[in-house]
Design a protein around this ligand. Sequence first.
Ligand SMILES: Nc1ncnc2c1ncn2[C@@H]1O[C@H](COP(=O)(O)OP(=O)(O)OP(=O)(O)O)[C@@H](O)[C@H]1O
Ligand SMILES: [Mg+2]
Length: 239
Amino acid sequence: MSKSVVHIENASIGFSPDEPLIKNLNLEINQGEIVAIAGPSGIGKTTLLRTIAGLVPMLEGEMTLFGRNSKASRGELGYIPQRLGLIRHASVYHNVLMGALTSTAGVWFPFSFEARRRTLESIDAMGISEKKRTPIRLLSGGQQRRVATARTLAQQPSIILADEFLGELDEETMESVLSKVTNYVRTNNATLIVVEHDISRAKRMADHLLILDDGQLNPFVDQPISMQISMRLDKELNV
Ligand SMILES: Nc1ncnc2c1ncn2[C@@H]1O[C@H](COP(=O)(O)OP(=O)(O)OP(=O)(O)O)[C@@H](O)[C@H]1O
Ligand SMILES: [Mg+2]
């Protein structure tokens, strides 16, 4: 039987109990799965990821991670935030090393061989080796996004929460970053939950695609675009 990684039951997610962003949320994600979440801007996708990461408390309901009631332990959960959260004056190397040090348990020592190895390997996997010593503030948006991804890969987490991590990348770089991350997930039997606004890309990368809209998270139903638009219009016009 597959192991449960994220289990959420009867939950309300958001910031105000009177107006939750997501209602009656039930979600089960197992080890080894890649799940993509799409939906309109401002609907609550980032808030859902931050709730799973333990950064936003649930308004109601129950959540277990890896079958436990507690937050993920150190290094177990990797988060690539939409706003990246990099240290802007520090170098690429330093930022990625921070990720590696999160999980090289007990080795709080910047010269740890394992942490250095993982740092260089992840920087290389993201194709930014030549920028290793460059401060983040001097990088392009897409390069910064790749640093945030490298930081999470260097951490070697069991679950990755990735928020629009393929933004600002050209097609070729995007394919390369995507394959490095999905390879990591597949070879390590890890789990990936990714917020991805591009539906065709989301369908291609994920085992399951979920759509967040109107406070509900539902499986994506494949329909011709014209039908989706007309259903949406019907809903908006209440007919
Ligand atoms: N810390 C906060 N406190 C109160 N409201 C917040 C907070 N963070 C986000 N919100 C609100 O919650 C709503 C959902 O925001 P969220 O960032 O989850 O949307 P999103 O689906 O990720 O959008 P996008 O696709 O634009 O990234 C927005 O209306 C936003 O203003
Ligand atoms: Mg968002």
